[in-house]
Design a binder for this molecule. Structure first.
Ligand code: GDP
Length: 295
């Protein structure tokens, strides 16, 4: 995960750490290298610029030049700023309502159905919840099969209605069943859609209006870098989602989406997907991710 970015940041710091004495000039040089590393990682341009300007200003304010270990001080500063950039603290799910309704949105292939299974498994095994899954993709029967297989695998019920062509009705039927059966979380896996597909966007808006979810999680493939950020913007304008799920981080060597999404969309990353298995899900901790990036 993020190997390329970590390597490049490491190289940027080496120059500074190798210096006997530190000058304002080589702090500036280091910041230039860091900005380059961030842009190479496909971090949003404005985010990278603001970030390095902030670190530089703070470094000067904290007297990096006169400190005994300027390299260390700068690494600490970078660590703090990266943590802030990714949201500061861990954003928890709001699970107070019973049942809690969680709507899953995103493009085709982003990893929605896989995440729906992973989230149910997490809530069941780590949070002691009794989830029910709703297969709300009326366009791809294979998606319903996929969710049913996952449900069986993790021992969580799945509501599906293959006869219906009305996603709003299916979602409401699923919630009604959850209430009858005492399931305290309902996770609705919606059809994948292209952001530009107006009819599909209106459909998920209708599902949102009818089900009044406490959480709307936007699932996105982290390997798509800036595209992930742009898609997030479009979905957020329409759905005002409550959190981001970054999938396929196990294959992402660059990290651009993880670093930019919070500052561009102003919504927290809540989970990260790190593999295809049901257990390959982590709650997102900005501080741990920052340490990991800095190595
Ligand atoms: P959907 O169309 O958004 O529902 O996407 P799927 O859940 O069907 O996932 C698409 C593909 O991505 C599948 O082959 C999944 O196994 C894979 N996938 C999903 N999440 C992850 C992840 O975190 N890591 C990896 N390596 N693969 C993932």
């Amino acid at each position: 995960m993020f190997e390329n970015l970590s390597d490049k940041l490491d190289r940027a710091f080496k120059v500074l750490k190798g210096q006997g004495s530190i000058t304002e000039i080589n702090v500036a040089e280091t910041m230039k290298e860091i900005r380059k590393a961030l842009l190479d990682a496909d971090v949003n341009y404005k985010t990278a610029k603001t970030f390095t300007d902030d670190v530089r200003t703070k470094a000067m304010g904290e007297n990096v030049l006169t400190s005994i270990s300027p390299g260390q001080l700068l690494t600490k500063l970078m660590n703090d700023e990266l943590t802030e950039l990714m949201g500061g603290t861990t954003a928890e799910l709001d699970l107070k309502a019973s049942p809690t309704i969680i709507l899953i949105a995103g493009l085709n292939g982003a990893g929605k159905t896989t995440f729906t299974g992973k989230l149910a498994n997490y809530l069941k095994t780590q949070k002691g919840k009794k989830p029910l899954l709703v297969a709300d993709d009326i366009y791809r029967p294979a998606a319903i099969d996929q969710l049913e297989v996952l449900g069986q695998q993790i021992g969580v019920p799945v509501y599906a209605n293959r006869e219906s062509k009305d996603p709003v009705a299916i979602a409401l039927e699923g919630i009604a069943q959850a209430k009858r059966d005492g399931n305290n979380v309902v996770i609705i896996d919606t059809a994948g859609r292209l952001a530009i597909d107006e009819a599909m966007m209106q459909e998920i808006e209708r599902v949102k209006a009818a089900t009044k979810p406490q959480e709307i999680l936007f699932v996105v493939d982290s390997m798509t870098g800036q595209d992930a950020v742009n898609t997030a913007k479009v979905f957020n304008d329409r759905l005002d989602f409550t959190g981001v799920v970054l999938t396929k981080l196990d294959g992402d060597t660059r990290g651009g989406a993880a670093l930019s999404i919070k500052s561009v969309v102003n919504k927290p990353i809540k989970f990260i997907g790190t593999g295809e298995k049901m257990e390959a899900l982590d709650v997102f901790h900005p501080d741990r991710m920052a340490s990991r990036i800095l190595g």
